[in-house]
Design a protein around this ligand. Structure first.
Ligand code: 4AZ
Length: 462
């Protein structure tokens, strides 16, 4: 593997410059997880040549793009930043796609069916609302046809692990807009979220549904943070350290007081360790403050049944804790993605962890680090210049093609979170990559959206 900072690749240095900026890791050769054997990217001279050629192609393409942009700008045709949701690096990524051949047949096509029914819960009074497209409005849900099972399904579809409370609320007890409309589930279709919701002017029962799902994705202390990269307590309250005794091994994300999700390869790598040696530490930023007796003991390790140690497919595991974590301002759950929620390429997300931060590779970082990374398209990541088809549909890529910032050894299992309004959702679990912060080799993450049913069913059954 070719490191970015060692200056071993003069041609690269001439073609692609390292950009300044934060990273969880500063490059080191050979310390990443091994990639799938059959799909190893080129590490030989030929491979480096490909990498350099691609870097040059990127610069060429960028030059061309800049020229075209200037031309457009001069003609007054440039739409300006406000016209685009994507940030500049994304354009670079797509240009690279054009100069690399795509891996065939690996890219899952986006689902063409759009959902017709959406739910939301009013944060003030927890009243459940449904939108039945093509109708534009949000309808309050009548109690008729309601069931707890439906409540569980709605909470899950919104990215929560559990339903915590549901009840009927008398319409006479609340103040409503006179134009407010209602929806009633057709009898016999209870349990089917996409069932027939009939718009109504009123509810025959005189009651509507109030629903509370388990809390997640909030950062109570976030407003106290002022700039910088130092991670203060409470910035990522779901960040966990998965440790053997007090020795940090991997990151993890808190989903519920009893549940933490991490990478299956973390547990696989240390599978000979005794179950009772595993501990989860939450609410920490500095590792030196770990006290072994304060960790939560792991009661069960549940790797995904389809996890493959060969190619890191299905790289997720759930840890059930013997005693629940105490939720506080500095310890809390992250939300899962909502059902069918798509975070597009170019989305700005955050990865955090205690992994390596420099090329000495001697120690994990004592203090929790974070960095912003960009979601990259699987098409780009699977192209011949990047991972050449090694990504399965259960993986996603995030980072930068110029190697600006990345997760690294020790960050594995930790969270990649993306903001969704005021809610943070766990989009990826740090999984693998070639080296760390190497140009053309962004970080690869287990794609949480692919594991929603498994996570929710597993945490429900136990
Ligand atoms: C690791 O070994 C690891 N650059 C984690 C993430 C990445 C590489 C290696 C991505 O835990």
């Amino acid at each position: 593997m070719s490191p970015m900072l060692d200056g071993q690749a003069p041609m690269e240095a001439g073609c692609a410059e390292e950009g300044p900026g934060p990273r969880i890791f500063r490059t080191e050769p050979g310390d990443s997880l091994q990639r799938p054997e059959a799909q190893q990217p080129p590490t030989s001279w030929a491979g480096r040549w490909c990498s350099r050629r691609c870097s040059c192609a990127v610069l060429g393409a960028l030059g061309l793009l800049a020229g075209v942009s200037v031309g457009f700008w001069l003609l007054g045709l440039y739409p300006g930043p406000a016209a685009s949701q994507l940030i500049p690096g994304t354009l670079q990524d797509e240009k690279t796609t054009l100069s690399c051949s795509e891996a065939n047949g690996k890219e899952a096509l986006p689902p063409s069916l759009s959902r017709t029914v959406s739910f939301r819960i009013n944060t003030e009074d927890f009243l459940l609302e449904v939108q039945v497209r093509p109708l534009p409005g949000w309808l309050l849900v009548c109690r008729e046809g309601w069931s707890p099972a439906l409540g569980v399904r709605i909470c899950r579809s919104l990215g929560h692990l559990r339903l915590t409370h549901h009840k009927g609320v008398n319409l006479s007890d609340i103040k409503l807009n006179s134009s407010q409309e209602f929806a009633q589930l057709s009898p016999g279709l209870g349990g089917l979220l996409e069932g027939v919701w009939q718009p109504r002017d009123n509810c025959t029962s005189g009651q509507i549904v109030s629903l509370k799902c388990s809390e997640c994705g909030a950062r109570p202390l976030a407003s106290r943070i002022v700039g910088g990269q130092a991670v203060a307590p409470g910035r990522w309250p779901w960040q966990a350290s998965v440790a053997l005794g007090s020795r940090h091994m991997c990151g993890g994300s808190v989903l519920a007081p009893h549940w933490v999700v991490t990478a299956a390869h973390c547990m696989h790598s240390f599978r000979l360790s005794r179950l009772s040696s595993w501990q989860v530490h939450a609410g920490l930023v500095s590792h030196s403050t770990i006290r072994p007796h304060e960790g939560a003991v792991v009661e069960r390790i549940i790797p995904h049944p389809l996890y493959s140690a060969q190619n890191h497919d299905y790289d997720v595991a759930l840890l059930r804790l013997r005693t629940p974590l105490n939720f506080s301002d500095t310890v809390g759950a992250v939300c899962l993605p909502a059902k069918e929620q798509d975070f597009p390429r170019g989305s700005q997300c955050w990865v955090s962890g205690w992994g390596h931060t420099d090329s000495t590779r001697t120690h994990s970082s004592d203090s929790l680090q974070d960095t912003v990374v960009q979601l990259l398209s699987t098409q780009l990541c699977n192209s011949s210049c990047v991972y050449n088809g090694a990504l399965t549909p259960r993986m996603l890529c995030a980072g930068y093609l110029d190697g600006r910032a990345d997760a690294c050894q020790g960050d594995s299992g930790g969270p990649l979170v993306c903001p969704d309004g005021g809610t943070w959702r766990l989009v990826g679990v740090v999984s693998w990559g070639q080296g760390c912060a190497e140009p053309q080799h962004p970080g690869v993450y287990a794609k949480v959206a692919e594991f929603l049913d498994w996570i929710q069913d597993t945490a429900w059954v136990h």
